[in-house]
Every structure is written in structure tokens, then in C-alpha cells.
Design a protein around this ligand. Structure first.
Ligand code: COA
Ligand code: AMP
Length: 633
């Protein structure tokens, strides 16, 4: 953004908190409504806040139809770039609208209507975007399941979302192998109790699946379908459910509404990301994660941008220059990814030799999120690219940045280790265990004063009670992020990491609790713990420690290998649990609580003071060698 923006951030931030109605109704003017809202915030039923209670719209209309109507029909809407399959394809807004309207016709023909759920188990192919928007067109609710999850995780989500239809592809393509999706889908359906009525399968030439009587071939169905018009929905109606790892229990189905989401994402694209209609944005993530939902699909398309859909990894496809090639070739204005991707590139090409071959002059900003941005990666990326590096902190629950440098409003000086300032709409506080605000520089719980802005979690699918219960009584009136951190004297926010048993592995959010469930189910295991330990490339990786049942007389290495395999088969390869150690005992408090944090600190080489409640200090001392031995397996 050019020109004098002095004070623009402060003014916007203050107004967003003091006058949320005025602020968000003004932002709502950038969205096409069937019935324009007259009110923004509905605070009648806290902590269940609603936005734009009397507004009606269609999200797909806002992402596609209106741009075609406004003269963007021939502009590229989506550029699919897939080095792993050797394919590329550009869809103009008119073409993306045509395919989406016809796919909505397919779904309608299968009986899908307003409020019905559709589960998508898809790799990074255009059909995933078309299926998401096709659901939105009908007022149906999509739930995308990341392709790196295995059958059990898919089954859990199918049973919770109870979809009418499942849309899947025949395979995903990882740099080292082709992943057959159909057997995983069949195994999930065999495990799930819910029976979806239909399945639509995208056949990829790399691995064609055998179709049964229950399956429709995507191409055949699309050719036969009639395009379908947009269905008007209430602003508060659900657009999607996205499952994420909670502290305890099964994955949480975060519900996103239509109206608040469209307004917030449209606003964030220009004001936070500084990307404007007609420009090219590239988010290198996956449609299975919230970053992919928001900044591969919805925000760029709601804004009339060109979005790049990249199927591949940052390294080895064919080399660590892959990201530079994509930026240069598609003239991307912004690149948004996770720090881990940059650590992978740095490892393969530390001096950035591969940069020289590419013209990166289109790139204005690099945005990084999904995990803590370590100062060294921040420094390296800045040195290599010579553009601002913007760390931004948020979660599946919020759907868009909580803390960032709002580049479109007013760029700020950055401080390594901080994601900069609270974004307008978010009242970020740091509280101690008693719920009191702590002074600058002191660590505490990162919480958000309610209400959160539009676009954030509109409840938990089928379980609003669990949602309400997730607001801890110690902090009434606040949303607890699950992260710890502090603010400095200038109000900059430093998020230091999770305070619960959620781990962040290569920017992927996973629950150590669900991995422990898999280990504990093994017949030879008496007790177990999974902890997230620091990893140079992935930020964190999980490590398992198990105690075998008395009388089990097997090679520890064999049991460990079996456990690693079980986690991979149950949760999926994305869990990346590569190391399990068989140990004599786990350290516990006298009341029997396993001291996971103490083990994690020892493994990370942090200074540790053994808690006074420890049952037997000798146990932790004998574990020290195992925990600090960084052999891969
Ligand atoms: N389908 C099937 N398998 C998948 C998958 C998918 N969609 N995604 C990942 N996997 C598998 C991988 O093949 C790998 O399997 P392996 O154990 O056989 O090697 C395993 O899950 C772990 O994957 P990942 O954590 O991605 O590790 P990696 O070594 O393959 O790649 C990075 C590491 C850093 C290059 C990669 O994670 C990356 O680019 N991440 C940054 C971008 C991002 O996705 N961020 C998410 C939120 S912003
Ligand atoms: P997800 O819901 O998958 O987006 O993961 C959200 C979690 O990732 C947060 O609760 C944080 O623990 C972590 N996270 C995301 N972005 C950042 C960031 N910029 N800095 C530190 N942690 C982050």
C-alpha cells in the first residue's frame, strides 16, 4: 500500500473494538447480499455470538458469479500448478463458474440441498476447489478431510458430519509415492456407522480406482449435469465444518458461517495481506487445513484475485528452487506458507543459489503462519527475498489472522519472534492462571476477549454444549487459545507455543492424545506418553515412550516398530511419529499424572526443575539418556 497511512491501524483497531457494528457493516459493503444486513453483531446469546443476523447471501456467488458479472470473466481465477503430476491448467472466472455450477447440479441431482453435509477427501487438485464452491452454491456444508489422514480419522469425521455424499479422488501424489485414496475411503466407510448415500470419484490418470455401483465418476457426472443457480442462505448458516485437534476427546468440528466469513476474509485480503482485486496470490498449504480454506480458496476468490493451487512440496520437485519458479512464473504478489517450508528450502539451498535463476520482482510480501516463526528462519527468508516477512498467528477456530502486521492498513516495524500486533476485531489479552492480566514481558495464556470478530468459530458441529464448555470458568468472557505467550511494552504479541497436548508438526496441528490412544490400544503396552519435541525442520515432532506389560518378552525394537506402523495406519502418515522408546517406567506425580512437560523440557534441552510432587525422581533420571539421545529411531 502506498501513500500516507500513518495512524490507519490504530484508528481501525480502536473502531473495530469500540464500534464493531459500524466497523463490520462498513466492511460488509464489499460483499453482495441478497438481503443486506442492517446489524452486524448479535450478542443476544453469549458466548454464541452471531454476525449479520438479518443478512442473506450466497458465498459462491460472491466468489465467482459476481466477478463474471463485473467483467472479470476472462481473468484467471485459479492456476493449477502440479509438478508432482506434470500438469498445469488455468481456469478463468467464467470457466471456474461453469464447472462449479455444473458440479452443484451433480450434487443437487444426488439430493444435496441446503444444510446437507458433503465430505471431501481430496488432494490439491482443482476439483477440490470446485467441490467446495459447489457445496457453497447449494447452501450445503462441506467438510474437507486432509489427504494425509488415514481411514480411521476419515471414519470419525464421517460419523460426526453425517454427509449425504462423499467426494474423493482416486489418489494423491506425494513426491515419493502415489497414495491410493479409494482403499482408504472403503476402509473408513467400513469402520463408520453412518452410510453416505453416494460417492463421487475424480479419476486421476496416475492411479485409476475401481468404481463400484455406489460410485459416480466425476467427469461423467459433470458432463451430464445441468448448471445450477446459487441458493440464498442466512448469513449465520454454516458454510463448512473443519475438524481440528482439540486438547481432549475426538477432533472438534469447527463451524464457519457464510456471512461473517465472507466479510472478514474479503476485508483481510486487502487490509492484512495487501492483495487487491486482479492480483495473484499464492498460498502454499493444503485445502485440508484452515490456511488452505481461507487463503487458497475463499479470500482470494471473494476478492477477485487469481489464486495459485500448487500440488507439490517446496523441495525435491524437482529442486529447492520450486517455490521461486512458481512465484516467478505466475507473477505472484504474495506468497503465504508455513516456516517449515522455508526451513526445508534453506536446508537444501542454504545460500539461495537457486534464487538467481528466477525473476521474483512481482513478490511484495512473504507471509508465514501455522507455527512459531523462529528468528533464524525469519532472518534467512528476509535476506534471500528482500521483501517484508510477515509472521501471522491464528487458528482453525478463528479462520483468519489474530495477530499480524496489517500490511494493507499500515505496515509496522517488525520484531523477530513476534507476529506484531492484534488485528482489528481481536482483543488479545495475556492472563495468568487466576485470570488476571499480566504486565508486559510476562508469559501467560493468550486469550481473546469475546466477542471475537466475524468469520471466527460459529460453534462446534452438533455440539454447542462442548463449545460453551470450552470457555473455561477461570476466564469468563474470554476465548482461550491454548497458546502461551506475552506482549511487550509496544503491545507486540509473542506466541511461544501450546500449553496443552496439541503439537504442531511441519505446520500441521495434531493431538498427542490421539496418538497415545493408538499406543495404549496395543496389547503389549501397559502405559504410554507421546510428547512433542523440538525438530530443526518440522518445528516439532512427536515421540512416544511406552512401558510394556509385565511378562511381555519381546524385542523392544519390534514392539516400537509395530507401534509406529499402527499410528501411521490409524491416524495417517502426517502424524510423523517415527520414534517410540520402550522404557522401564514413566515419571509421574504422586497422584499418578504423567509428567509430560518435564520430559519434553528435558528432550528439548531446556533447564528443568523436577516438580516437588514427583513420585520417584529416579525414574526421570534414568529416562534422561533416552530423552536426550537424538538418534532418529
Ligand atoms: N496425502 C498423503 N500423505 C501425505 C499428505 C497427503 N496430503 N501430506 C503429507 N503426507 C505424508 C508425507 O508423504 C509424509 O510421509 P512419509 O512419512 O512417508 O514421508 C508424511 O505424511 C509427513 O508429511 P510432512 O509432515 O509434510 O513431511 P515431509 O517430509 O513430506 O515434508 C515439508 C515436509 C516441510 C516440506 C512439508 O510439510 C511442507 O511443505 N510444509 C509446509 C506447508 C504446509 O503444508 N503447511 C500447512 C499449514 S500452513
Ligand atoms: P491450526 O489450527 O492448525 O491453524 O493451528 C493453530 C496453532 O498453530 C496455534 O494455536 C498455534 O499454536 C500455532 N500457530 C499458528 N500460527 C502461529 C504463529 N504465527 N506463531 C506461533 N504459533 C502459531
Amino acid at each position: 500500500m502506498s501513500g500516507d497511512t500513518g495512524g490507519a491501524y490504530e484508528a481501525a483497531y480502536r473502531r473495530s473494538l469500540d464500534d464493531p457494528d459500524g466497523f463490520w457493516l462498513a466492511a460488509a459493503a464489499d460483499i453482495d447480499w441478497v438481503t443486506a444486513p442492517t446489524r452486524a453483531l448479535d450478542a443476544a446469546n453469549p458466548p454464541m455470538y452471531r454476525w449479520f443476523p438479518d443478512g442473506e447471501l450466497n458465498t459462491c456467488h460472491n466468489a465467482l458469479d459476481r466477478h463474471v458479472a463485473n467483467g472479470r470473466g476472462e481473468q484467471a481465477a485459479l492456476v493449477y500448478d502440479s509438478p508432482v503430476s506434470g500438469s498445469r491448467r488455468t481456469y478463468t472466472y467464467r470457466e471456474l463458474l461453469d464447472s462449479t455450477a455444473r458440479f452443484a447440479g451433480v450434487l443437487r441431482g444426488l439430493g444435496v440441498g441446503k444444510g446437507d453435509r458433503v465430505v471431501l477427501y481430496m488432494p490439491m487438485i482443482p476439483e477440490a476447489v470446485i467441490a467446495m464452491l459447489g457445496c457453497a452454491r447449494l447452501g450445503a456444508v462441506h467438510s474437507v478431510v486432509f489427504g494425509g489422514f488415514a481411514a480411521h480419522e476419515l471414519a470419525v469425521r464421517i460419523d460426526d458430519a453425517r454427509p449425504k455424499v462423499i467426494v474423493a479422488a482416486s489418489c494423491g501424489i506425494e513426491p515419493t509415492r502415489t497414495v491410493a485414496y479409494k482403499p482408504l475411503l472403503e476402509a473408513a466407510l467400513a469402520e463408520a456407522t453412518h452410510r453416505p448415500e453416494h460417492r463421487v470419484i475424480v479419476q486421476r490418470p496416475q492411479l485409476v480406482a475401481e468404481l463400484t455401483d455406489h460410485d459416480l465418476d466425476w467427469d461423467t457426472a459433470l458432463t451430464a449435469a445441468a448448471p445450477t443457480e446459487c441458493v440464498t442462505v442466512a448469513a449465520g448458516a454454516p458454510l463448512y465444518i473443519l475438524y481440528t485437534s482439540g486438547t481432549t476427546g475426538p477432533p472438534k468440528g469447527i463451524v464457519r458461517d457464510n456471512g461473517g466469513h465472507a466479510v472478514a476474509l474479503r476485508w483481510s485480503m486487502e487490509n492484512v495481506f495487501d492483495v487487491h482485486p486482479g492480483e495473484v496470490s499464492w498460498t502454499a498449504s493444503d485445502v485440508g487445513w484452515v490456511v488452505g480454506h481461507s487463503y487458497i480458496v475463499y479470500a482470494p476468490l471473494l476478492t477477485g484475485c487469481t489464486t495459485v493451487l500448487y500440488e507439490g512440496k517446496p523441495v525435491g520437485t524437482p529442486d529447492a528452487g520450486a517455490f521461486w519458479r512458481v512465484v516467478a512464473e505466475h507473477r505472484a504478489t504474495m506468497l503465504f506458507t508455513a516456516p517449515t517450508a522455508f526451513r526445508a528450502i534453506k536446508k537444501a539451498d542454504p545460500d539461495g543459489k537457486l534464487l538467481a535463476a528466477h525473476d521474483l520482482s512481482s513478490l511484495r510480501t512473504l507471509f508465514l503462519a501455522g507455527e512459531r516463526l523462529d528468528p533464524e528462519t525469519y532472518r534467512w527468508a528476509g535476506e534471500m527475498l528482500g521483501v517484508p516477512i510477515v509472521d501471522n498467528y491464528w487458528q482453525t477456530e478463528t479462520g483468519w489472522p489474530i495477530v499480524a502486521d496489517p500490511m494493507g492498513l499500515e505496515p509496522h516495524p517488525t520484531k523477530p519472534g513476534s507476529a506484531t500486533l492484534p488485528v482489528p476485531g481481536y482483543d488479545v489479552r495475556i492472563l495468568d492462571a487466576q485470570g488476571r492480566e499480566v504486565p508486559p514481558g510476562v508469559d501467560g495464556s493468550v486469550v481473546l476477549k469475546l466477542p471475537m470478530p466475524p468469520g471466527t468459530q460459529a460453534g462446534l458441529w452438533g455440539d454447542d454444549e462442548r463449545y460453551v464448555a470450552s470457555f473455561p470458568t477461570a476466564f469468563p468472557g474470554y476465548y482461550l487459545s491454548g497458546d502461551g505467550g506475552h506482549k511487550d511494552e509496544d503491545g507486540y504479541v509473542y506466541v511461544m507455543g501450546r500449553t496443552d497436548d496439541v503439537v504442531n508438526v511441519a505446520g500441521h496441528r495434531l493431538s498427542t492424545g490421539s496418538m497415545e490412544e493408538v499406543l495404549a490400544a496395543h496389547p503389549d503396552v501397559a502405559e504410554c506418553a507421546v510428547i512433542g519435541v523440538a525438530d530443526e525442520l518440522k518445528g516439532q515432532v512427536p515421540r512416544g515412550l511406552v512401558v510394556l506389560k509385565a511378562g511381555v518378552d519381546r524385542e523392544p525394537g519390534d514392539v516400537a516398530a509395530e507401534l509406529v506402523r499402527r499410528v501411521r495406519e490409524t491416524i495417517g502418515p502426517v502424524a510423523a511419529l517415527r520414534r517410540v522408546d520402550v522404557v522401564a517406567a514413566l515419571p509421574k506425580t504422586r497422584s499418578g499424572k504423567i509428567l509430560r512437560r518435564t520430559m519434553r523440557d528435558i528432550a528439548d534441552g531446556k533447564p528443568t526443575e523436577l516438580p516437588s510432587t514427583i513420585e520417584d525422581p529416579a525414574v526421570i533420571e534414568s529416562l534422561r539418556r533416552t530423552l536426550t539421545d537424538d538418534q532418529p529411531e
